[in-house]
Design a protein around this ligand. Structure first.
Ligand code: ADP
Ligand code: GLC
Length: 482
């Protein structure tokens, strides 16, 4: 089964969030099931720099007249065949893949990402005489036009299935209608039955509308996005496509996230030998100027600091967390107001709260390794990876019952403790009171070390690798290609 994976980011080369983790792990997991996966990526500097055995596959002209070189080679860091669009004018810029240094979206993002879908469609149509994808699997709005281009141009030699995965419906890739006419799609596509969304051009809607099958990154999120509360205005369309919509839970890339082999942490450990975890905790407390106290429950947050992540609830219960004798470490970057408030709170309680603003991959590993609890109080969460990293590293997740968090964390209620299914703490209502009660449960369990150890042991042994998801994707591809 030849599968072309299309995404804007890929770990370890370029990452702003969980999308990159998935894009980096899923191809290798699929290859292990017998698929032959190639990836298509924009030519951001770190991606081009990693591309070995590079040759030019084609020199094309984008629908708006811009020359496009499509390169082909192998990503050295992943040992994965890749196609990369080498267009320096579009991709070689300061800032994130999506925003300039002032955090403003680039004004030509429509072209920068339309190209991703356009080249995917050209590959589906036989651009590479040596390799024909049977499935084009695109991720999030950046790759959302792949299905639209496959539907309209150019004719495909073979039938190619088109799968679209929603990682986050809240980011939709909306553009003013004037941009539509430079993208080379027929005028009829700019309609309710197409990629028009309230008068604008929506890459996300295109992805949903033209896909043969839509997946989301957890079963619960697949249901939630069909409701007005979580459908971001697209729930109607998603309900009409309910028969072609399913949730496949992400996994954990154990080559990257495993405390037994992790080179970034102070001391390695596993479920059988946890001395290393205590050493990681002491090392982090010391490094951050927190009181070095083995018995202070240490809570951690590794997150984008955005509205989605519900971190204002953490601010609301912070005094209680500290007065109960807990500690908190935060690593994040995002909205200025959240950054400032967290930094201020750390200043008032330097022995109990440490906040680092920024993006720091090794530090993220150290936090999961050191902490007792991983806080993920998201308002909504399509899948969420950090709660799963918490489980792997024995940092019990404390989460809001939503999306993939609901699918991966079982609260330490008396019955679930008794039945041996509990692995963390879950709150139902998205408010500070409900979070505070879950935190109280965490403190109560922490005060019973034997039970805590039992739950942690079970959490660390849970199977979270990518193999289950990979076989579900494979089964889907096979069904669509029949
Ligand atoms: P999302 O994709 O919505 O941000 P996920 O939980 O799926 O949420 O994935 C977040 C990923 O980004 C995880 O790999 C997490 O460790 C990482 N991450 C988030 N913020 C930071 C940060 N400030 N520094 C390092 N890694 C981070
Ligand atoms: C998105 C979601 C997150 C998910 C990730 C990877 O960024 O916000 O919940 O885990 O994609 O699928």
């Amino acid at each position: 089964m030849n599968v072309l994976q299309v995404s804007a980011e890929i770990f370890p080369l370029l990452k702003t969030g969980g999308l990159a983790d998935v894009a980096g792990a899923l191809p290798l997991a699929l290859n292990a099931t017998g698929c032959q996966v190639r990836v298509l990526l924009p030519g951001f500097a770190p991606i081009l720099a990693d591309l070995t055995d590079r040759v030019t596959l084609a020199e094309l002209v984008a629908p708006w007249g811009e020359p496009v070189r499509v390169c082909q080679g192998r990503l050295a860091s992943l040992n994965l065949p890749a196609y990369v669009m080498d267009v320096p004018a579009l991709y070689q810029r300061a800032g994130t893949p999506y925003e300039d240094a002032q955090r403003q979206p680039f004004t030509d993002n429509d072209r920068r990402f339309a190209l991703l879908g356009w080249v995917a469609a050209r590959l589906a149509a036989g651009l590479d005489a040596q390799w024909q994808p049977q499935v084009v699997h695109s991720h999030d709005w950046h790759a959302g036009l792949a299905g639209a281009y496959m539907a309209y141009l150019p004719p495909q030699r073979a039938r190619v299935a088109n799968v679209f995965t929603v990682h986050n419906l809240a980011y939709q890739g909306l553009f003013a209608p004037r941009h539509f006419f430079e993208l080379g799609l027929p005028a009829s596509a700019f309609s309710v039955d197409g990629l028009e969304f309230h008068g604008q051009l929506s890459f996300m809607k295109a992805g949903l509308f033209y896909a043969d099958h839509i997946t989301t990154v957890s079963p619960t999120y697949a249901r939630e996005i069909q409701t007005p509360e979580q459908g971001c205005g697209l729930d109607g369309l998603l309900r009409t496509r309910a028969g072609d919509l399913s949730g496949i839970l992400n996994g954990v890339d154990e080559a990257v996230w495993d405390p037994a082999t992790d080179a970034a942490i102070a001391q390695r450990f596993d479920a059988r030998k946890l001395e290393g975890k205590a050493q990681c905790k002491a090392a982090l407390q010391q490094a951050l100027g927190l009181a070095v106290q083995a018995d202070a429950p240490l809570f951690g947050v590794v997150s984008r600091l955005t509205e989605q992540k519900g971190l204002h609830l953490v601010l609301a219960i912070l005094d209680e967390l500290v007065s109960r004798g807990g500690q908190l470490v935060v690593l994040g970057t995002g909205e200025a107001a959240l950054e400032t408030t967290f930094v201020q709170r750390a200043r008032t309680h330097p022995a109990s709260i440490a906040v680092r603003i920024g993006y720091d991959e090794p530090f993220a590993h150290q936090i999961f390794a050191a902490t007792d609890v991983t806080l993920v109080p998201s308002r909504f969460e399509p899948c969420g990876l950090t709660q799963m990293y918490g489980l792997k590293y024995g940092s019990l997740p404390l989460v809001h019952r939503v999306g993939g968090l609901a699918d991966t964390v079982v609260d330490c209620s008396l019955e679930d403790l008794a039945e041996g299914t509990a692995n963390g703490f879950v709150f139902n209502n998205f408010n500070a009171h409900s979070l505070s009660r879950a935190m109280a449960r965490a403190f109560a369990l922490y005060a019973q070390p034997a039970t805590w150890r039992k739950v942690r042991n079970r959490a660390m042994r849970q199977r979270l690798d990518w193999s289950q998801a990979a076989s579900q994707y494979l089964a889907l591809y096979q069904r669509l290609c029949h």
